[in-house]
Design a protein around this ligand. Structure first.
Ligand code: SF4
Length: 383
């Protein structure tokens, strides 16, 4: 077993200083405050654009004659843009569709509808041959550092796989490049010949990060990269992600179920519920003054690190409904303490309630009540 996280801290701290001098890419400090303000979103280059993105999984019945009986509406009509150098946090409970969204963005899943544009190029239904070169630019870090590394392969093979698959001969040779990547993520070059079982959870996640960085991507989808780690290791991995973002000018989509973790690393946050974005905006504004009852419920559920503090009293009640048959109108209405008759009739659309804060709610916690449309959009889903 190797010494766990000590060398990592030294390496990344040293790099942090040089990297900060070299680039002005915005990042957040460990305390969550921004050390550099991102310019206005309209002034930055959009790297990723998502329009009305949908993913429905068909549900069938029968053994010989399979009959479709419905669809699991995992993702239903997502819209957002992501600027270069930005981190967008996707947050929500298990089953809200955030991981499915991550897989749609990386094209590990085929969307049912909508569009995904990467650097202005439509990749929604791009073929494997079209996607192959794009795989260098779009990478993913997976949740489970145990199952995402092949136990039969050594670290050199795992981290060097992207070079071999893409047929890239690096200047210094694959071995030297892999060793440099290991150093970049705070591991030792001597780890090259070791196997995944010889590492701790945090070190394994660093290996996963090294593999994602191998081809110098532009966009990385981080799918719950710290959920399976201890709290102290979570902080180290998040700091590492921020350091490499600064050093390599990366853009992140950061998926997690813990709003406090997402707020810490993200410039903007999108809160998802049952396949839809219910609130989208600046991370600090949303955390300080949520406009959607669900966002407030998530914030209330964040544990306070004080053993004498009263237990958090969240207004969230009940379980998340089945995405096979979501509630009509507002999908959150069956759990919302402020639900009214209108909420069952009309699908709330995302609208701006404050500067860079958008909410999909007829009766938000702040801002104006949504005006009644002339023609009410009746939900077609079950009630
Ligand atoms: Fe609650 Fe109605 Fe707002 Fe939905 S639209 S979150 S049910 S108040």
């Amino acid at each position: 077993m190797t010494t766990p996280e000590q060398p990592a801290q030294k390496t990344t701290r040293a790099r942090k200083t040089t990297a900060a001098k070299r680039t002005s890419t915005p990042r957040k400090t460990a305390a969550g405050a921004s050390t550099g303000t991102l310019p206005d979103p309209t002034e930055r280059e959009v790297i990723l654009e998502v329009n009305s993105l949908q993913k429905y999984f068909p549900v069938t019945r029968g053994i010989i004659f399979r009959k479709k009986i419905g669809d699991v509406q995992a993702v239903d009509g997502l819209n957002f843009k992501l600027s270069k150098g930005e981190t967008l946090g996707l947050v929500g409970e298990s089953g809200c569709g955030k991981s499915t969204t991550g897989r749609l963005l990386t094209r590990l899943l085929e969307p049912t509808g909508g569009k995904v544009l990467f650097e202005g190029k439509d990749i929604t239904h791009a073929s494997m041959s079209t996607m192959r070169p794009l795989r260098r630019d779009i990478q993913m870090i997976f949740q489970d550092p145990y199952s995402s590394l092949n136990p039969r392969h050594n670290i050199g093979t795992i981290v060097g796989a992207p070079f071999r698959i893409q047929g890239i001969e690096t200047e210094k040779g694959v071995k030297r490049s892999v060793q440099e990547l290991l150093e970049l993520v705070g591991l030792s070059p001597e780890h090259y010949n070791r196997y995944p079982h010889e590492f701790s959870g945090g070190q394994r996640q660093r290996i996963g990060i090294a593999r994602a960085l191998a081809l110098r991507p532009k966009l990385i989808v981080c799918d719950e990269p710290v959920s399976a780690l201890d709290v102290s290791i979570q902080a180290q991995v998040i700091n590492l992600l921020q350091d490499v973002q600064t050093e390599l000018d990366l853009t992140y989509v950061f998926i997690a179920h813990d709003l406090s973790v997402v707020r810490h690393i993200s410039n903007r946050v999108a809160v998802m519920y049952l396949g839809k974005i219910v609130e989208l905006g600046d991370a600090d504004s949303i955390a300080k003054r949520p406009a959607h009852p669900y966002t407030r419920g998530l914030l209330d559920a964040v544990p306070v690190p004080d053993p004498f503090a009263p237990l958090p009293a969240s207004e969230l009640r009940g379980e998340i409904p089945s995405p096979l048959s979501p509630p009509s109108g507002c999908r959150f209405r069956t759990r919302c303490p402020y639900a009214q008759e209108r909420c069952a009739m009309e699908v709330p659309l995302l609208r701006e309630v404050a500067d860079d804060q958008f909410v999909a709610c007829h009766f938000p916690l702040h801002g104006e009540v949504a005006p009644m449309p002339e023609a009410v959009e009746l939900s077609t889903t079950a009630g």
